[in-house]
Design a protein around this ligand. Sequence first.
Ligand code: UDP
Length: 346
Amino acid sequence: MENRKKVIICGGTGFIGSHTSVELLSQGYQVVIADNLSNSERDILDRIETLSGHVPIFEEVDLTDEQACDRFFERHSNTSAVIHFAAFKAVGESVNKPLMYYKNNLQSTVNILRNMDRLSIPNFIFSSSATVYGDCEELPITEKSPILPASSPYGKTKQINESIIEDTFKAENNLAAAISLRYFNPIGGHLSGELGEVPIGPPNNLMPYITQTAIGVREQLSVFGNDYPTPDGTCIRDYIHVVDLAKAHLVALERLINKKNKSFYEIFNLGTGNGFSVMDVIKSFEKMAGQKLNYTFAPRRAGDQAATYADVTKAKNELGWVAELSIDEMTSSAWKWEQNYRRNLS
Ligand code: UDP
């Protein structure tokens, strides 16, 4: 009776993984989530079920544990594809704990790919990042922009993972094709307010810092630098709504399953193609939340680039995907989630 295609989502209870799980389940895929819950809560599974109307299969598994990973894949060998989000992602922490990052973010990929080959699971989608472009000054950033040295061990794990994937799919084996999706700055949450980002400890990223300040968990947002060579002096980024991003995974998955890919390994930038400054994000937030944000200008943060934004032509032409949600929808959905999440905590 079960003829829905099965997809394994590694790291499926995390920020982007959970939104992608909702999209896939809503489209009729059977979703198996593998996650060690190191940076997420088990109750995200209930939220995924409520929003999609379907129950994901969940297995708490550490994918860096070779034997545990083998056993997990053996239980789910009849799978069409694997989407791999499971990784540590705090840039600053990776500078202080490089080995923890290399072990976690690389070992899991090696274990997953080895099992996919062994069990003939053909398709793979990797959660990559614009951080692989390093300090790229050429704007907008295209998929052909140079891969410059990454400024953190976190960024290096994304670069090395991409090489591992390309080399593996190039070799003769039981694998078919892979796609790396290079995200720019994912923010926002499910439009219902029922799913979003849950940073553990003080957030490093702008959007959760804004919403936590607005709700009173943090006293003040520091805007890192207002003397950059940008129109208002604050850094420019290509913010992309997490729901748009999740939908891009669905499109990439169908491209692989339907064998529409043009080579064994493809790369796509995922952004809106538009740059917004830190002040633009704050102004959008204030407008959508209907309240002023307590912020102050602070010195530049080490390692920040003045501006980055994507050329998204390739995703548009090849995947037929474009981001649809606006900066106001990003800030309002992030705020809706923050309020909802705190309400449930109290
Ligand atoms: N930022 C900020 N205050 C914060 C966190 C971030 O001013 O508390 C700025 C940061 O300097 C950058 C932008 O917000 O210009 C986006 O930073 P984030 O860490 O969210 O993403 P990144 O682009 O560094 O991956």
